[in-house]
Design a protein around this ligand. Structure first.
Ligand code: FAD
Length: 320
């Protein structure tokens, strides 16, 4: 059964977020000959045809000054407009801050079934089956929406995006957003100066815990992350202690990361931390306590003092 898919694409720092390409790939898994339409809400200034090269058949760019910054009512109204025009069978978006906020509202508006934070999707027995972690990543549930419109968010870094095909063509059209009475108005956006790689999209994450002992103690972790082209993350204990910003917190109440390589430095491996990183492809743990629970989930364990081991790793990787 062919399914038409609508992917709500997102832009950050002037570029389409990788999870949007991953949603297109997820859409391809289940479209069974249906079309994939990507929608950009108020985010002109990016090359929308990149979405075509990554597997979408069409792109709709919805224009409107009120869409420049995310507001739940502004974006919901614009998405609803596109939905009524396109009437897709499935709506997908990244499980990002905006995706978590927007899609449940959209599902509610349309009385649709919603699957949140899926890490895989396939067609089985004629149904679209999603896999999602439950109990803070301790188990996986497979879920279906029994009938009607399917709405789902896809966790970043779990579905492989399609390679860009420079020869792929498709229609990119523009639509004007209908005017809407906004109850929320963004007056100013204050962006935190961020250095380097986006934590949730990073292929390598070097994370520090209470064992790092101070803000100064994070320096060697930044050096290692830089050599590996990765980002720095942290446990909640490290953020609570003021060693780093809460924006770096990984775990149940922080960010979820699924890099190719996760290096945990001075992190014990509490279940709440594992909830945000245990799906990483390769986990390396550096801890001076051989009984630390993090070693149970680690692929490689180094029992030692992080202040000796981390600079050694940096030196060795630099020399490669
Ligand atoms: P600790 O558990 O204190 O571990 C420090 C580790 O460093 C120890 O294993 C020690 O052996 C090692 N160490 C010390 N010095 C060195 C050294 N020089 N070299 C090498 N190793 C060293 N936590 C999160 O991380 N993310 C969350 O999102 C989160 N959400 C939570 C939500 C709730 C509702 C609750 C109740 C808790 C949550 N927590 C979360 C907290 C979590 O339970 C743990 O307290 C926290 O993860 C511990 O952080 P840690 O591993 O850095 O610290």
């Amino acid at each position: 059964m062919a399914r038409n898919i609508l992917v709500v694409a997102e832009v950050r720092n002037g570029a389409i977020r990788p999870v949007s390409f991953e949603c297109i790939a997820a859409g391809r898994e289940i479209a069974e000959g249906g079309a994939i339409t990507a929608v950009l809400l108020g985010q002109q200034g990016v090359d929308a045809s990149e979405l075509i090269r990554r597997g979408a058949d069409r792109v709709v760019v919805v224009k409107g000054d009120h869409l420049a910054n995310y507001t739940p009512d502004g974006w919901l109204s614009a998405l609803q407009q596109v939905y009524l025009q396109e009437k897709p069978d499935v709506v997908l978006m990244g499980h990002t801050g905006i995706g978590r906020d927007l899609l449940p509202r959209f599902a509610m508006r349309n009385a649709a079934g919603m699957i949140s934070d899926a890490i895989a999707v396939k067609v089985e027995g004629g149904q679209v089956v999603f896999t999602r972690p439950i109990y803070a990543g301790k188990a996986y549930a497979t879920q279906v929406v029994k009938d009607g419109l399917i709405v789902a968010t896809i966790r970043p870094n779990n579905v492989a995006a399609l390679e860009a095909d420079p020869g792929r063509t498709g229609d990119v059209s523009e639509a004007e957003a209908a005017s809407v009475h906004l109850r929320t108005v963004v007056k100013e956006v204050v962006r935190k100066a961020t250095t380097g790689v986006d934590l949730t999209a990073a292929k390598v994450v070097v994370a520090g815990g209470r064992g790092v002992r101070s803000a100064e103690g994070f320096k060697p972790l930044y050096e290692l992350a830089e050599v590996l082209g990765g980002a720095v993350g942290a446990s909640r204990a490290a953020a609570d202690a003021g060693y780093c910003d809460y924006a770096l917190q990984i775990g149940q109440t922080g960010k979820t990361v699924t890099p190719d390589l996760y290096i945990a430095c001075g992190i014990s491996g509490a279940i709440q931390h594992l909830a945000g990183m245990s799906a990483s492809k390769v986990i390396v743990a550096i801890n001076k306590d051989p009984d630390a629970p993090i070693f149970k989930v680690a692929d490689y364990g180094i029992v030692g003092d992080l202040f000796e081991v981390v600079p050694l790793l940096t030196r060795e990787f630099k020399a490669l």
